[in-house]
Design a protein around this ligand. Structure first.
Ligand SMILES: *Cc1c(COP(=O)(O)O)cnc(C)c1O
Length: 695
């Protein structure tokens, strides 16, 4: 294998594909794909640095000097911080030095051995607090033991044996150091500088970071084919293993768009090919937002132009632009670890050929049974879980009562199971089914087979007890539509354990997803066994082809189960994050008195599937949404904006009926965006945009 082959083969780079116009012109999507590939290949852990020792050195050139030793779960990291004279806050730059640099020389504590080596000292003189990392190569090995090999290569080879890579390990350090600077109250805005190998580290840290960061990269430009294949065969660790299956070096730089970027390269640099670097630079600037990427061709060797670097950070950091924080309506969030877990399970399924009703589905059911507190079967969707439950109850030819304010699937599943539906209005204060309305509906229909309460928005109302009592009195089965409520509980009792049967959805917008999928939980083992037969064409057993029941194909594939199992295993984290976000909204919205919150039972622990608020009477929701969109904020979808008796499918039959509380609620409520990974800045933005729009 030639050195370059270890990195895979690139058919055509994402930048070229967009340039040639036969990829979605959506460059942002191509960039995001590159960033995701880097995240997967690097598989870094989020680390928090803790200061083990901090020692003040002698001030140099008017700068304060601090020597740090940090620790994190991966070990130890040394760094030197230089702080300019003058009062805080300072913009900060994280400096990732080149392969042969020492901390002392980069920070000006020892004379430079190379043009531009003392970059940290120079940036601090220009007003930046700098933190310079010691990448720690060459300290650990006896040169004789290296046998003429580069210590980085030896270390990289060792890490690869454990499924890692040196570049990823160094980028992980840099990312943690950036996080440490971010958290420093004396720091206002951070940038990244890297030289040579340090530029590769800085580039990858920037790609792995969620928030954009200005990057200045010196003496690291070209295509991997030329750089690794011809020039740097001796230090291949400047690229991630297999990266060329996804992108080349210019694609990686381009994927940083729209964050400010400066790349410097020297025309007499023996470690790059100036023609190759120029072509790469051109690809990057063409792909980048106009004017946001500077590629500087400089009369220098393998060095750094200090004045250009300082100028770049002065332009991009000195007055931190009022960050344009965009807030999407929702986000499906699987971190890199979760994605790799899914890939392992999918790989198992493909390798064994066990693609449906296999071990992963069984593990998902086991975990779901534990989380819900009842025996649970995995099925193809929340809708099929509802339909199976209603078929088990036996609703054909009879009436099923559902809330007027729910998703279409609640009622449609009953219709498909052969029932006629009627609706029940919302309770006066809250999101539950109105017990008085239910009493009236039970009186109006002698043939009610089932009632389907819906835990709207993830909340379980106190009135659920009255609904259950009325149903028990009449001997009517309760099937919970718990599609919104995985992880919620009322008085310590979990959603999905109140009715004879319950249905959960694992659709992508729900709190836990399998892509498509659903869960059905049952009180009785007989019901659970029947559900498992019904989902598989009513087959009496897996081995025999005897069909005792009219079921359908409502199975969940192993590939979906892989996603669902991985996500469900993180339920506690997901709930904790949603609850923290909701608590933060509670605080922020105290400053937006125009909005009111629907009353939630103090006995309810909700999963915050939706964070609801009620608009003042007479406020137009569509106009409000337009104003918020203009401010970069998208609201989540309502639950629901059209009540079922007004849905075209039902409207004819219910022309003369009205459910006034459901109608008023449908018209008046909004759902604030709430999703794992949401930042405090995004939440503040939502609150501010609402305050502006409603004042
Ligand atoms: C999502 C949802 C369903 C249907 O679930 P699918 O998995 O999409 O079939 C049913 N009821 C409610 C209330 C839902 O929100």
């Amino acid at each position: 294998m030639t050195p370059i082959e270890r990195f895979g083969h690139l058919g055509r780079s994402p930048v070229q594909a967009v340039d040639q116009g036969d990829q979605p012109a959506d460059q942002a999507a191509a960039d995001a794909r590159v960033r995701r590939a880097v995240a997967r290949l690097a598989a870094v852990r989020e680390r928090t640095l803790r200061v083990r020792t901090a020692r003040a050195g002698d001030p140099r050139a008017g700068h304060r000097v601090d020597h740090y030793v940090f620790e994190h779960d991966g070990g130890e990291l040394r760094a030197v911080m230089l702080t300019p004279a003058g009062p805080p806050p300072w913009p900060a730059v994280l400096v990732c030095p080149g392969r042969n640099a020492t901390l002392e020389r980069v920070t000006g504590l020892a004379p430079p051995d190379h043009p531009g080596r003392d970059v940290a000292a120079h940036l601090t003189a220009a007003g930046f607090r700098t933190l310079t990392l010691d990448h720690g190569l060459d300290r650990w090995a006896d040169p004789a033991a290296l046998g003429g090999r580069d210590s980085g290569d030896v270390l990289d080879a060792t890490l690869r044996l454990h499924g890692g890579s040196l570049l990823a390990a160094l980028a992980e350090d840099a990312l943690a150091a950036l996080g440490w600077l971010d958290a420093d109250p004396d720091v206002d805005g951070v940038g990244l500088f890297g030289h040579s190998m340090g530029a590769a580290v800085a580039l990858h840290a920037a790609l792995l970071r969620d928030e954009p960061v200005p990057l200045c990269a010196a003496s690291h430009l070209g295509t991997y084919q030329t750089m690794i294949g011809e020039l740097l065969a001796w230090n291949q660790y400047v690229a991630l293993p297999s990266i060329l299956r996804h992108a080349d070096l210019p694609d990686l730089y381009a994927a940083l768009s729209p964050a400010p970027l400066q790349i410097q390269y020297g025309t007499s640099d023996a470690r790059l090919d100036p023609a190759d670097a120029a072509a790469a630079g051109e690809r990057i600037t063409r792909h980048y937002e106009p004017g946001r990427a500077e590629v500087l061709r400089l009369p220098m060797g393998h060095g750094t132009d200090l004045a250009e670097a300082a100028g770049f950070f002065t332009r991009t950091l000195a007055k931190p632009a009022a960050a344009e924080v965009a807030v999407p309506a929702a986000r499906v969030f699987f971190d890199v670890r979760a994605r790799l877990d899914v890939l392992d399970l999918v790989d198992d399924a493909l390798a064994t050929g066990s693609l449906t009703l296999g071990p992963t589905g069984a593990r998902l059911e086991e975990l779901a049974s534990r989380e819900i507190g009842r025996g649970t079967a995995a099925v193809s969707s929340g809708s099929s879980a509802l339909e199976i439950a209603l078929r088990i109850v036996g609703v054909a030819g009879r009436t099923v009562l559902v809330p007027a304010n729910t998703f279409f699937a609640t009622a449609a599943s009953a219709v498909r199971a052969g029932a006629a539906v009627d609706f029940v209005d919302l309770e006066p204060d809250g999101l539950g089914m109105d017990p008085e309305g239910l009493r009236a509906a039970l009186a109006a229909h002698e043939d009610v087979a089932a009632v389907v309460p819906v835990h709207l928005a993830g909340a379980l109302p106190d009135s659920l007890a009255d609904v259950l009592a009325l149903c028990a009195e009449r001997g009517v089965a309760v099937v919970e539509d718990a599609a919104h409520a995985l992880g919620s509980s009322l008085g310590g009792r979990r959603a999905g354990t109140f009715g004879r049967l319950a249905a959960f959805s694992l659709y992508p917008t729900k709190v836990i997803t399998s892509g498509e999928g659903g869960l059905l939980s049952a009180l009785g083992q007989d019901d659970l066994d029947r559900a498992r037969r019904l989902r598989d064409h009513g087959k009496r057993s897996f081995e025999e082809n005897l069909h005792g029941d009219l079921g359908s194909n409502w199975r969940m594939s192993e590939l979906h189960a892989a996603v669902g199992l991985t996500h469900l295993a993180r339920l506690d984290e997901v709930l904790a994050e949603r609850r923290a976000l909701a608590a933060r909204y509670d605080e922020g919205l105290a400053g937006v008195p125009a909005l009111t919150r629907p009353a939630l039972s103090p006995r309810c622990s909700t999963n915050h599937y939706k964070y609801l608020a009620l608009l003042p009477e007479g406020t137009g929701r569509e106009a409000l949404k337009r104003r918020l969109r203009a401010a970069g904020v998208r609201l989540a979808g309502e639950v629901y904006d059209v009540p079922l008796h007004r849905q075209p499918y039902f409207a004819g039959r219910f022309r003369d009926r009205s459910f006034p509380r459901a109608e008023a609620f449908a018209a008046r409520h909004i759902c604030l965006p709430i999703f794992p990974g949401m930042t405090a800045a995004q939440q503040d933005r939502v609150v501010q945009a609402l305050r502006d729009a409603l004042s």
